[in-house]
Design a protein around this ligand. Sequence first.
Ligand code: GUN
Ligand code: FE
Length: 436
Amino acid sequence: AYRAAILSFDPDTGAPRHESDGLLMTGPGAGGPGAPCVVLALGPFHELIHRYPGLDVESLPDHLIAPGFVDLHLHYPQLDVIGSPADGLLPWLEQHTFPQEARFADPQHAASVAEFFLDELDRHGVTTALTFCTSHPQSVDALMSAAQPRGLKLIAGKCLQDRHCPDGVRDATEQSLLDTEALIARWHGLGRLGYAITPRFAPSCSDAQLQGAGELAARHPGVWIQSHVAENLDELAWVRELYPRDRSYLEVYSRFGLLRERSVYAHCLHLDEDDRALLRERGAAAAVCPTSNFFLGSGCFDFASAWRTGFLHGLASDVGGGTSLSPFRTMLAAYEAGRAAFTGGGPAKAGVSLAPSRLWWLHTAGAARALGLEGVVGNLAPGCEADFVLLDPRATPLLARRTAQARDLEELLFALIVLGDERAVARTVRAGSLVD
Ligand code: GUN
Ligand code: FE
């Protein structure tokens, strides 16, 4: 049990809840041995402590306990692509991304990057991630086998790409689907691991591959789907050429049965009202990737239209198009993308000011809702798996100065978002297991 200030969210409204002197009690859940630790109780310290006499409590004054962050979309094989400039998405894929991903044919390379990646997630307070691997099945095995003993909530999948990409990363249609099926059987549901069927994006997948992916998705409703959609204007024009009969880019995925609950589409920048309505109807989610969208010059997510339609969405780093694994950098960029009154090529959008607690929700409980894992991860409420971060608002001088001046929770969270980084993540705790 821990005594500290505690941030959590109302499970229904997403409104922030702040215990300024709280008690968080965690312990084994109902899942039996090996099951993740869960939150047993959360509330004001002085109320709860009487109910549990003799409780062993670690006191963490001046610290804030908050739900572990949920990164809705990233690419673990792209750590070595971060900060590689190019003139937009398609040249960036050709010049930087595919050559780095080709290295994952080597299982030893994959294993060493996997360990490094998981260490970095811990340092940044990310306890749940939905990540791409490369087209090599061994890149999935490397990551899953490294993640399993760490007890992190990790969802990942082998990238499907049987056309329009170079030798060394291009897969073969039939084999790619057989590999996907075998990887689902090997990893999905093992401990906290989950599998995601992963067509890279419509331009890199043949009709037969998308068709096969859709059939797998229908046979495995608990498995996730992840892909990219409507990120960049050149990509959009290419999709129109490749799929002239489909009303929109998103419709291509829909036609192949890839738009359903537990499907997460990165970017969703250049959508129209029909696309937004389709996302909502299907219960599909958008992964909003603002540092990537700024770095590649793709555009700015239209939060006001997303709220109006009410489709699921949450925040993501999209490393290595994204520039940082840090949830603080992603939340700040999301705020900036919200303020911007343009989408990047399309019609103007409304500039909005996302509240700090809303940004935080979008990277924790809201992102968990987008994954269909509401009440499981991304929040601290009785029954939730006990993933959390211990934040030190005095980690650096300017952060300490600004957080000391905060008059309320929103000001405290905004100071952390703007000035915080991994130095403020004093500890990451996942499902009860301690990570330094
Ligand atoms: N679209 C297809 N592949 C990718 C990728 O690796 N990163 C981003 N940002 N967009 C993509
Ligand atoms: Fe991506």
